[in-house]
Design a protein around this ligand. Structure first.
Ligand code: COA
Length: 263
């Protein structure tokens, strides 16, 4: 697939301070191949760098969010191409998790395999009542390679994660909500509006504080509590010295809305 084709299949738009990435390879349920992963990685890096962007939304067109890695491409790949794809994938997921901006997944339909791993990498998840999520790689004699085995276990616990990994069964949006993966379930027609509303809300917050909240939770849950509490205190000391914190405190005292500039 050419670079231009990958651009046509992963669309990028901006609505004020919110970036919207739309998976648009509808006829293949938005399955990701090498060119698409490269395009997505570039977009995530672009979102990280863009000073005017404060939040991002990921959404799919049609029946799927993303139905995972392109299995047809898997069938034609050499072992080294397969390994290269997995390394690129890791960089792509890190592009969300280490991104300075928060990501909202708007899960419109199937989010399977690597598509579910995108959901697990996002900071907040809004799902359509029609969404189906899971890690079906076991049906191929494989396993997830984008963090699925580790991240799912950390979110839902060992045995619940194993149920999905070992059986390959999908979960509904409601199950995702109950398991703590999904933040909100909405009717399909309300999905994008809800996700964009949430992203706009995040975009109004002080960017450094949002960035630090994301980093502290992501890093902190992987660290010893004493270390994590030190991260928190250090982050708060830094935030206290920002212009935005001055503005937030002043706005409260003056009984007006704060105007955060990201400084
Ligand atoms: N890779 C490549 N192509 C895929 C794909 C994937 N991960 N997921 C779906 N597609 C393609 C199908 O091959 C089909 O293409 P075709 O019309 O050229 O034959 C098209 O998308 C529509 O999918 P289809 O299987 O006909 O739809 P369905 O409603 O019967 O089933 C799924 C939907 C999601 C259950 C089924 O497509 C599926 O199991 N996909 C694979 C999911 C997966 O294993 N992901 C992890 C990969 S590591």
């Amino acid at each position: 697939m050419s670079e231009q084709e990958a651009k046509d299949q992963v669309l990028y738009e901006e609505e004020d301070a919110v970036a919207i990435v739309t998976f648009a390879r509808e006829e293949k349920l938005n399955a990701m191949n090498t060119a698409i992963v490269r395009r997505m990685t570039e977009l995530f890096e672009q979102i990280d760098r863009a000073g005017h962007i404060r939040a991002a939304v990921l959404v799919g067109r049609g029946r799927a969010f993303v139905a995972g890695a392109d299995i047809e491409e898997y069938s034609e790949q050499s072992f080294s191409e397969f390994s290269e794809y997995q390394s690129m994938g890791r960089r792509m997921y890190e592009g969300i998790e280490l991104n300075r901006k928060p990501f909202v997944a708007a899960v419109n339909g199937y989010a399977l395999g690597g598509g579910f791993e995108l959901v697990l990498a996002c900071d907040l998840v809004v799902a359509s009542s029609r969404a189906k999520m899971g890690l079906p790689e076991i049906h191929l004699g494989l396993l997830p390679g984008g963090g699925g085995t580790q991240k799912l276990a950390r979110i839902v616990g060992r045995n619940r994660a194993k149920e999905f990994l070992l059986t390959g069964r999908n979960m509904t949006a409601q199950e995702g909500l109950e398991l703590g993966i999904v933040n909100r379930v909405v009717e399909p027609e309300a999905l994008l509006g809800e996700a964009l509303g949430l992203a706009r809300e995040l975009a109004e917050r002080a960017p450094y504080a949002v960035r630090e909240a994301k980093r502290l939770v992501n890093q902190g849950v992987e660290s010893h509590i004493d270390v994590a509490l030190s991260f928190e205190q250090a982050a708060l000391s830094n935030l206290y010295q920002t212009e935005d914190a001055r503005e937030g405190i002043r706005a409260f005292v003056e009984k007006r809305r704060p105007d955060f500039r990201g400084r």
